[in-house]
Write a protein that binds this ligand. Structure first.
Ligand SMILES: NC(=O)c1ccc[n+]([C@@H]2O[C@H](COP(=O)([O-])OP(=O)(O)OC[C@H]3O[C@@H](n4cnc5c(N)ncnc54)[C@H](O)[C@@H]3O)[C@@H](O)[C@H]2O)c1
Length: 324
């Protein structure tokens, strides 16, 4: 298939683009490099450096070639930032997605795979399944939910097949591919940067959550497992017209548990400083991934905390400056 990958210079998009190439697909990466890295775009992919808000570049890209599928990863991803600059997030994550969906429909794209997030759900004590109550606690989650809703209507009106993958926390590394966000706010790369002496201490936001050790609990999914979910969903869209799946390991770990495992794997002390809760964070987000397991035969294979942290530690020690 001929596949357009937006955000294919970023962490998850570039790893998926590489897997698509390995599976024999032709891949075009469309990325402005606003947070991505040119070096992360896999060899063998055609690269277009352009912003999704550039309607001319977008229209040209989708009309010069006929794409069978679009995989849409491009977005701003910092939930905390979204509570400071909501307009920036609505514009990039929703308005630009809407333009892309519209152009995909206009140019006859048959399959659309969208990177959504666990942040579309309300916080819950029990594992979240696809029918759990929706209710983003931050603007980032809201922008993703709005895009999901736009996809649902475009599907209903125009028939484009689509899959929504609601990722939990993507993490870990594949050979030569790791997390290199700038600035880095994700917990695992942050604590590993501290272990490397690149930052002083880890911040824990909130120690009074109703969880066993008082810190937030999250579901961590290894990048390799996330990539395999994309390939399965893309394939399933041949027959299925509409798919929505949680992609998480089903296990929840607290911030303190992650930091303790990082100390064990790296052998470094990793000092922490505790702060009050942050706006928009919820106590617990853990997936029930039963639906994707049952329907697509997907299963997480690399998502134990030890596997995640040791693969990420390998990446950080071999790429101390990320993709530079
Ligand atoms: N990382 C996670 O844990 C996680 C969890 C849930 C959902 N997601 C979603 O997965 C997707 C990828 O996340 P990631 O961690 O790889 O982020 P990333 O920042 O590494 O990648 C995003 C890419 O999109 C590009 N981009 C952003 N806005 C663009 C625009 N307007 N035009 C063109 N390119 C643009 C950036 O340059 C970057 O290469 C995002 O949609 C994110 O919301 C990520």
């Amino acid at each position: 298939m001929k596949i357009l990958v937006t955000g294919g210079a970023g962490y998850i998009g570039s790893a998926t683009a590489e897997a698509l190439l390995n599976a024999g697909h032709a891949v075009t990466v469309y990325d402005s490099l606003v947070t991505g890295h040119r070096q992360a775009v896999p060899t063998g992919a055609h690269f277009i450096q352009a912003n999704l808000e550039d309607s001319h570049a977008l229209a040209e890209t989708l009309t010069l070639e006929r794409y069978d599928a679009v995989m849409h990863f491009a977005a701003f991803i910092e939930a905390g930032e979204s509570m400071k600059e909501p307009a920036r997030f609505f514009r990039n994550n929703f308005t630009n997605s809407l333009n892309l969906i519209e152009m995909a429909v206009k140019t006859g794209v048959q399959r659309f795979v969208f990177s959504s997030t666990a942040a579309v759900y309300q916080s819950s004590e029990s594992p979240l399944n696809e029918d759990s109550p929706l209710g983003p606690t931050n603007v980032y989650g809201e922008t993703k939910l709005m895009t999901e809703q736009a996809l649902r209507w475009f599907h209903q009106i125009h028939g484009m097949h689509y899959a929504v993958l609601r990722y939990f926390n993507a993490c870990g590394a594949l050979p030569g591919r790791g997390e290199a966000h700038q600035p880095e706010s994700h917990l695992i790369p942050r604590v590993l940067q501290i272990a490397q002496g690149q930052a002083k201490e880890a911040s824990i936001f909130g120690t009074d959550y109703p969880t066993p050790d008082g810190t937030c609990i999250r579901d961590y999914i290894h990048i390799g497992d996330l990539v395999s979910a994309h390939l399965l969903a893309l394939d399933a869209l041949k027959e299925q017209d509409k798919l929505i799946y949680n992609v998480g390991s089903g296990s929840g770990y607290s911030v303190r548990e992650v930091i303790d495992t990082a100390r064990k794997i790296t052998g470094k002390p990793i000092p922490v400083v505790e702060f009050p809760r942050r706006d928009g964070d919820s106590a617990r987000l853990v997936a029930s991934p039963e639906k994707i397991k049952k329907e697509l035969g997907w299963a997480p294979q690399h998502s134990s905390l030890d596997d995640i942290l040791s693969s990420a530690w390998d990446w950080h020690t071999s790429h101390p400056k990320g993709y530079e």
